[in-house]
Design a protein around this ligand. Sequence first.
Ligand SMILES: C[S@@+](CC[C@H](N)C(=O)[O-])C[C@H]1O[C@@H](n2cnc3c(N)ncnc32)[C@H](O)[C@@H]1O
Length: 254
Amino acid sequence: MPARHRLASRDTQVRNIFDRIAGRYDLLNRIISFRLDALWRRKLIRVLGLAGRPAWVLDMGTGTGALALDACRVLAPGARVMGVDFSRAMLQRARRQGARAGREPRADYVMAHALAVPVRNEVFDAVMSAFVLRNVGDLEGFFRESYRVLKPGGQVASLDMFPPPQGFFSRLYWLYFGRLMPCIGSVVSGDPTAYRYLSDSVRSFVAPEKVAETLASTGFMDTRIHRYLRGAVCLHVATKPGRAPRDNQGTAEP
Ligand SMILES: C[S@@+](CC[C@H](N)C(=O)[O-])C[C@H]1O[C@@H](n2cnc3c(N)ncnc32)[C@H](O)[C@@H]1O
């Protein structure tokens, strides 16, 4: 990990959780979300319009590399994907899965904090993340760093889970996500605290409108919120002002 960013104690806790559950993370995602997580990631890739582009893309909090791999599947030759994460165990799995997929372009995986990505300014055509925001204590810092590394005209897209609006669905949701899911997580991963953390992190997360406000205050424009599962999962998409050079042009190596 580059020395540029010291881990806060919350970061250390989060990193330790993902180091512990890395081996069961993908399986549990599939079980807990009934495979909807894969569908939502693909929606993100579609909304960013990455198909057939030789774009340079950053995946913040890449984990086991599921989103980065989805991007590699649709990008054109000449594209580059960088996956950044601070959990060594999650990155090991990302590298293994990337090698197994064996397709070009391949993602490069880098161990770093999402608030200190080790690249120059204005390198990427798009910055994306899935299920990461809740884990990063400093929302504004996260989007400031995304803004820094994006080219003018580039897009940021962030998918995450939010507390659904009060009502019948929310009561059902918390029955499942607050009670049943942590038990399933505990049995399958053998780690009772990790999946309790997952549930608690959603319960205490901000509203989607707050994320949109933070995007605007960081300098992004044209924020759109796509809501899935009655608002329990939202995708935020916004643009850095300015006219972009064509994909993958106007910059040297990151
Ligand atoms: C819930 S997982 C999501 C992984 C992946 N994006 C996916 O779609 O499955 C969250 C990931 O973000 C990483 N993460 C959380 N906070 C981070 C931070 N501040 N810097 C770098 N990685 C972070 C964790 O290590 C973990 O791998």
